[in-house]
Design a protein around this ligand. Structure first.
Ligand code: PLP
Length: 372
């Protein structure tokens, strides 16, 4: 079926070694999740009833007090901020994004003001709120956060990301407790952190946001997890600015199916399966001229490692950036993590790849790196 779509519209065949990357369609769903989505598309439902069931089941899955589903995590950010401003007041919900007369400052560490496709500040401003930064671009301590958070703020937004956040990690539990002392709720954007939901909820954050389509491998959807009153206020935004950010029936059912599959999964066996992909890759990559291959654990604590290649341009006869471009230009087009290519290092995330794809990538590397 996938082959047909690519051929029918003459789309580029891609091997994704970049992780859960939105410009490449993020993740691959299982047959079970795909079937649930296909079934949902062909049926009618009472959407309120569906959202209620999803809320209950997803809250249970996450170990949260309450849950709801939005279009994606970016909309989850906007709607959680809106919820913190309006509560369930119909007048306030109708007024947004005009926030006149509402508390509307949203404090976030400057080091968390990332761009995941657009700047996160824009997701805040979309609700009519004003982002206020704490600390510096490469570092924000709990003390610096404390100096910025004030009683009249709406909420505090913190972010967890392997790739995007720079500097020393913030101690989330201390940050949350500090905000709570001033009566300010805390939202954590943990879009790719579905394997660490319980840990993030354990910081006592009021809302934790995760994407259903990242490692959870469901359809595009945002899971909003946390306090019953804020979750209800997020849901209430559907009659206001949330209309264009609502979850579709197929997204709700697909997200439910993905959570059910995750619950049934043997986590240690999954981690072991991921670990087994690494040694063969490392060994073969180390045999190429000018390549030093090694594994690096995920820095947020996700249970897998990535393969990094350091390229010595003199011996390899090409720079890391040239290798990235050559991998992308071939057929199939191979996309790798190139954030540090200018410094001579590229990375491969093997989580979503099949043995055939890994073989194709190693053969391509061999072709490109043996032409000397
Ligand atoms: C991917 C990502 C998002 C956006 O998630 P969507 O579900 O695509 O809207 C937001 N924040 C972070 C940290 C991300 O990694």
């Amino acid at each position: 079926m996938i082959v047909n779509i690519h051929d029918k519209y003459r789309l580029t065949h891609v091997i994704n070694m970049r992780g859960v990357f939105t410009p490449l369609g993020v993740s691959r769903s299982s047959i079970g999740v795909s079937n649930a989505v296909a079934h949902a598309l062909a049926e009618h439902f009472v959407i309120d009833e569906l959202q209620q069931i999803a809320s209950r089941k997803i809250a249970e899955f996450a170990g949260a007090e309450a849950a709801t589903v939005t279009h994606c995590t970016a909309s989850g950010v906007t709607l959680s901020v809106a919820a913190a401003m309006t509560g369930i007041s119909p007048q306030r919900i109708a007024a947004l994004p005009d926030s006149t007369g509402m508390q509307s400052r949203v404090v976030l560490p400057k080091s968390h003001s990332v761009n995941y496709g657009h700047p996160i500040e824009q997701a805040i401003r979309l609700a009519g709120a004003t982002p206020v930064f704490a600390g510096a671009k490469d570092q924000c301590t709990v003390t610096e956060l404390g100096q910025t958070v004030a009683h009249e703020d709406t909420c505090c937004l913190l972010l967890v990301s392997s790739r995007l956040v720079s500097g020393e990690p913030l101690d989330f539990a201390s940050a949350v407790s500090l905000a709570h002392k001033k009566g300010i709720p805390v939202i954590i954007d943990g879009a790719a952190q579905d394997m660490r939901i319980k840990e993030l909820l354990a910081t006592n954050a009021d809302i934790v946001l995760v994407s259903a389509q990242k490692y959870l491998a469901g359809p595009t959807a945002g899971l909003v997890l946390g306090s019953a009153s804020l979750v209800a206020a997020v849901r209430a935004q559907e009659k206001g600015i949330g209309r264009g950010m609502k979850a579709s029936k197929e997204a709700i059912i697909g997200a439910l199916a993905a959570c059910e599959e995750r619950s049934a999964e043997d986590a240690p066996a999954w981690a072991e399966m991921q670990a087994q992909k690494l040694p063969g890759f490392i060994e073969r990559a180390n045999a190429f001229h000018g390549v030093n291959a090694f594994t690096v654990p995920d820095q947020t604590g996700l249970p897998f490692e990535r393969v990094h290649l350091r390229i010595d341009p003199d011996t390899a006869k090409m720079t890391a950036s040239q290798l990235v471009a050559a991998l992308k230009e071939g057929t199939p087009s191979i996309w790798v993590m190139d954030q540090r290519a200018a410094e001579g290092e590229i990375a491969f995330e093997l989580v979503q790849s099949t043995p055939d794809e890994i073989e194709t990538v190693l053969e391509r590397l061999s072709d490109l790196l043996s032409k000397q």
